[in-house]
Design a protein around this ligand. Structure first.
Ligand code: GDP
Ligand code: MG
Length: 152
């Protein structure tokens, strides 16, 4: 079980519907650790690079239009097996095929409005993290400063 990083993104429909906090909460509740967070309106060029593996798909132009329609919230999370488990938290690509209890299963209907993104392999996660956070991200240990001690 490897400690990995993954790139999780709330898509424009998730931002518009006010699901940013809900999605963050599910990763926090699970026990994973947040390393980076940004809200940006991505360019088409950035999105085309992000989804480069899909550029031959018939839905690619629509996907780029959807993803560039509004701001997204991109995050880097770290933890044990987080690439696979993170995608389990998101649900299936098609929200209608996603189990209740997953983000897409609880909040989505259409594959073209499926609310969130999660990297599909550790290698792709690192590629996406470099693409979306070219200046790097922090490294920290949540226990290092003992911020919850009561005798302050
Ligand atoms: P993911 O890894 O579960 O996000 O799925 P993919 O990497 O296969 O596809 C990337 C994104 O493209 C998905 O999250 C959807 O937003 C969109 N997408 C995938 N398949 C379809 C499709 O058949 N139709 C449409 N309209 N969008 C799709
Ligand atoms: Mg994918």
């Amino acid at each position: 079980m490897a400690t990995e990083r993954t790139y999780i993104m709330v898509k424009p429909d998730g931002v518009e519907r006010g699901l940013v906090g809900e999605i963050i909460k599910r990763f926090e509740n699970k026990g994973y650790q947040l390393l980076a967070l940004q809200m940006i309106k991505p360019t088409k060029e950035l999105l085309e690079e992000h989804y480069t593996d899909l550029k031959e798909k018939p839905f690619f132009p629509g996907l780029i239009k959807y993803m560039s329609a509004g701001p997204v919230v991109g995050m880097v999370w770290i933890g044990k097996d987080i690439v696979k488990v993170g995608r389990r938290l998101l649900g299936e690509t098609n929200p209608l095929a996603s189990n209740p209890g997953t983000i897409r299963g609880d909040f989505g209907i259409d594959v073209g409005r499926n609310l969130c993104h999660g990297s599909d392999s550790p290698d792709n996660a690192e590629r996406e993290i470099s693409l979306w956070f070219p200046n790097g991200v922090v490294q920290w240990d949540p226990t290092e400063n003992n911020m919850t001690q009561k005798d302050l």
